[in-house]
Design a protein around this ligand. Structure first.
Ligand SMILES: [Zn+2]
Length: 505
């Protein structure tokens, strides 16, 4: 067994990697039939003759799928092919009822792109995109009993709800020259794809639900001697690790494969070209099957479907819908909002960026918008086990509450109660204020009456104040706040107490 470390492996070998990302599109219906494209339905309820491949059924391409794929291709800087045929990729597996997958082979709709990936320290790496093609997903097998794999299972179940869910598969060119930052670049690339599809609202990008899945291939080649050109050294044999389904797992799988392959090479043993399985529990990959070549799939043009032929003017109109690159948008917003790196990172990690932006657009300052979403509302979401955008409050409502604070109508404590009322479905902030009677009492005569009552109840405190112990007024402020259910302006109450006691404030 090799005792190599990751660092020592990278001193001797240069890693080259590529990533295939499968993006499940969030169209209302599947790619070639009218079945609902919905995660989490009861098994085999979103199915029809087309998506379970009954003889004689005819697929028809969902135009919305083509639109989403073209938009994604444009966001990845790809050229859009004028005409691309679908192809049948033939293989047998129980989750593939037709015994072939409809995909694109030699004519991907999107090809030849590049994507800038911004690392945490701001360094930019440009990743070449070979292609982004349209295909259908397969169903899902569940192996029951044993360790969850097919070996040792008591029986297996198959759910065809996912069969025919639209996918775009994005394939990079080999990514070279990343050296010790290899795992970081791989992670940042997938995170960037995820951010783009979410910003474009063409997929929910949820890796934990499989709506964004990554296969990572990696090879090592000896480092070039000083003064020699690394790119002249041929690539080594690569492994392809399938279904690495979290950003953290991408980094871990790359670490593991680099150490494993370097150990083999050091021992003079070959690295086999093969697919490998990722094991989240052990952090290891294990050998799958030897990598099949394209000819094993007997690709041929799909005879039942028209080619995809997006109109050039339509493609140009879609180009106008491509959002700003997520990393560049973050940098721009951070500058506009004057957030520190830490504040910005917290906002991004909390998924609060768009909510903060919308709250600012509705009139709040950046600091107050951040305070609400990362404070009170983040705690509420956390307690409820939901995400921020799952809370029953809109950015405009948060901005409305903050506006009342700024106008002196609410203090922080009252504002939190208004937010609580909105979250509980009691209506707009102004309605909650009216229904719960939450407005600050700024009417002096009401405050004076409350102060007089509190002073009369605690004559000893009045004496202390008058004898110069002004800080004793705190007890009276507290009593007044209690009597007004927190709705008094504490500063004004203090002034009135001192006036009543005949002490100069
Ligand atoms: Zn169907």
């Amino acid at each position: 067994m090799s005792t190599l470390t990751y660092e020592s492996a990278l001193e001797k070998y240069d890693p080259v990697f590529g990533i295939e990302v499968h993006v499940e599109l969030n169209t209302a219906t599947k790619i070639f039939c009218g079945c609902a494209n919905q995660f989490g339905s009861a098994p085999n309820t979103n199915v029809c003759p087309v998506c379970i491949g009954l003889p004689g059924s005819m697929p028809v391409t969902n135009e919305k799928v083509v639109e989403s794929a073209v938009r994604l291709g444009l966001a990845l800087g790809c050229s859009i092919r004028e005409s691309s045929r679908f192809a049948r990729k033939n293989y047998f597996y129980p989750d593939l009822a037709k015994d072939y997958q409809i995909s694109q082979y030699d004519e991907p709709t999107c090809y030849d792109g590049e994507l800038e990936v911004v690392l945490d320290d701001g360094e930019v790496v440009t990743v070449g995109i070979e292609r982004a093609h349209i295909e259908e997903d397969a169903g899902k097998n569940t192996h029951v009993g044993g360790s969850g794999g097919i070996q040792g299972a008591d029986y297996s179940l198959v759910d065809y709800n996912r069969a025919g869910v639209p996918l775009v598969e994005i394939v990079t060119r080999p990514i070279e020259g990343t050296a010790e930052r290899v795992a970081e670049v791989a992670r940042a690339y997938v995170a960037t794809i995820r951010d783009i599809v979410k910003a474009m609202d063409i997929s929910d990008g949820r890796m934990e639900q499989g709506s964004l899945r990554a296969d990572v291939n990696l090879s090592l080649r000896p480092k070039a001697a000083d003064g020699e050109d690394q790119s002249a050294v041929p690539f080594g044999k690569r492994s392809e690790t399938k279904n690495v389904n979290s950003l953290r797992a991408i980094e871990r799988a790359i670490h593991f494969e680099i150490v494993r392959q370097a150990g083999l090479l050091d021992a003079g043993q070959p690295v086999h070209q093969e697919t490998r399985h990722w094991h989240e529990d052990t952090g290891e990959t294990t050998s799958g099957r030897s990598k099949e070549e394209a000819e094993d799939y007997r690709y041929f043009p799909e005879p039942d479907l028209l080619p995809v032929e997006p109109d050039a003017a339509w493609v140009e109109s879609l180009r106008g819908t491509i959002p700003e690159h997520p990393a560049k948008r973050r940098a721009r917003l951070q500058e506009e909002w004057a957030f520190s790196d830490l504040e910005m990172r917290d906002a991004v990690n909390a998924g609060a960026l768009d909510l903060i932006a919308a709250t600012i657009a509705a009139g709040a300052t950046p600091a107050s918008a951040r305070k609400w979403w990362l404070g009170e509302l983040a705690r509420t979401a956390n307690d409820a086990g939901t995400s921020l955008d799952g809370l029953a409050i809109a950015p405009a409502q948060v901005a409305a509450v903050q506006a009342m604070v700024d106008e002196g109508k609410l203090n922080d404590k009252l504002a939190r109660q208004v937010i609580e009322g909105v979250l509980a479905g009691e209506g707009e902030p102004s309605e909650v204020v009216a229904a719960r009677g939450l407005e600050i009492v700024s009417d002096d005569s009401a405050l004076e009456a409350a102060v007089d009552e509190a002073l009369a109840a605690q004559p000893d405190v009045l004496e202390k104040i008058q004898s110069g112990k002004v800080q004793a007024a705190g007890a009276i402020v507290g009593a007044v706040m209690k009597a007004t259910r927190g709705q008094a302006d504490a500063g004004r109450v203090r002034e009135i107490i001192l006036q009543r006691a005949g002490v100069n404030p």
